[in-house]
Ligand binder design. Structure first.
Ligand code: ZN
Length: 391
């Protein structure tokens, strides 16, 4: 006998008896006759239970329980319970049963419609769910929740245009702060257009994203990538440079393109200046390593190693240590080289295995950036790891 049955048994028993009694009164029959009718169904359910067929027992008890003003709350509670337990087909049947009763109040009817829409959503029948939620937008009592559910559906189906519209409605009509998410929806749209080589369309979507949330690092990275792809290196550098003010921790994401953009403009000096300015603003070890490579080219290995050594004293990091050891191997005594190479290999493996990003909301971590955390579904909560194991 499962846990569910015990719950159902306890919920249904008193209500079933009550309903039978009321039915008896309505039809004018004696309580004795009616009770025996109820008992036969009740005993049927009980038999299913004793024969370890709780599913059939539950269905029998539900059929026994009429839907009316007195029992509608019990039906709603049961529907909720079924859905929570993953028995959505039963929840759907219950809610459809409530909707089919014309004598119920509009409030009960709409509540059942809402619950039915949530059932459909739970089993991925998004078209039906969307239709019902859209109908319920006209009901002030259900407007806010329906908008939220629609937003969940549009995110799940990656319908970013509709997601943006719905979030804008939540912001305008309900006064909810949605700007961070809206910017991401437009960024998703921009990425789709970028994949179809529609750079102009993608840049237009980015403009909408920036208008929604000017502080969004994703808009700077994406706009920089789009200009870079389009060969507009000056505009790309300008877009990426916004990261210095927004959140410098994301700068390593764009470092390869920033370098290529400066080199395409034959502006090695500009690149050097950019790296220095970034370090002064608190950029991490990736920027330092890039700078040390420039120093190495101009002034040699020792000067480069010194640049890294000074920085590592302030901000120790595995990545920086790996770079420092690599620079020293070349100039080490022959007898020390094998040990240094071994150490270098170990540090390199450590760096490779460490996650690069962590969600500040739920702790999810991984090696690729997610703009929406795959675990807690929060937008903008995944950030590059800082400190000794990261930047
Ligand atoms: Zn998370």
């Amino acid at each position: 006998m499962n846990e569910w049955f015990l719950i159902g048994f306890l919920v249904l028993l008193p209500v079933a008896v009550f309903s039978g009694y009321r039915l008896g009164k309505k039809q004018g029959s004696t309580p004795k006759t009616q009770n025996s009718g109820l008992s036969s169904n009740y005993i049927k359910g009980l038999n299913y239970l004793l024969n370890e067929q709780p599913d059939k027992a539950v269905d029998t008890f539900i059929d026994l329980l009429q839907v009316d003003t007195d029992t509608v709350d019990t039906h709603m509670a049961l529907g909720h319970l079924f859905r929570k337990r993953g028995e959505v087909d039963r929840a759907i049947r219950l809610h459809q049963n409530i909707i089919a009763r014309p004598q119920l109040s509009k409030r009960n009817h709409n509540q059942a419609l809402y619950e039915l829409a949530v059932d459909y959503q739970a089993v991925g029948m998004y078209d039906r769910a969307t239709n019902l939620f859209n109908k319920l937008l006209a009901e002030p009592r259900h407007k806010k929740d329906s908008l939220h559910q629609l937003l969940n559906i549009y995110q799940a189906t990656r319908d970013w245009e509709q997601a943006a519209n719905t979030a804008e409605q939540l912001e305008m009509v309900m006064g909810e702060q949605q700007s961070r998410a809206i910017a991401h929806y437009y960024c998703e749209l921009a990425t789709e257009k970028q994949n179809k080589k529609d750079i102009k369309g993608a840049l237009n979507s980015i403009k909408k994203a920036i208008a929604a949330n000017p502080a969004s690092v994703r808009t700077s990275l994406l706009q920089g990538d789009l200009y870079f792809e389009d060969g507009n290196y000056k505009a790309a550098i300008k877009a990426y440079s916004r990261l210095l003010e927004q959140d410098i921790a994301f700068l390593p994401e764009a470092l390869d393109n920033i370098k290529a953009a400066f080199l395409n403009r034959n502006d090695q000096k500009g690149y050097h200046k950019f790296l220095q300015a970034s370090l002064e603003k608190g950029a991490g070890v990736s920027v330092l390593i890039e700078l040390s490579r420039l120093v190495q080219k101009d002034e040699g290995d020792r000067a480069a190693a010194e640049t890294i050594g000074v920085y590592l004293k302030e901000k120790p990091s595995l990545k920086g240590l790996h770079q420092l050891i690599s620079l020293h191997i070349e100039h080490a005594q022959e007898s020390a080289k094998p040990s240094l190479q071994l150490l270098d290999g170990i540090v390199e493996k450590l760096v490779e295995r460490k996650p690069r990003y962590v969600c500040h909301n739920c702790g999810f971590n991984g090696r690729i950036i997610h703009w929406q955390c795959p675990s807690c579904k929060e937008w903008s909560s995944v950030k590059p790891i800082q400190g000794i194991e990261g930047e």
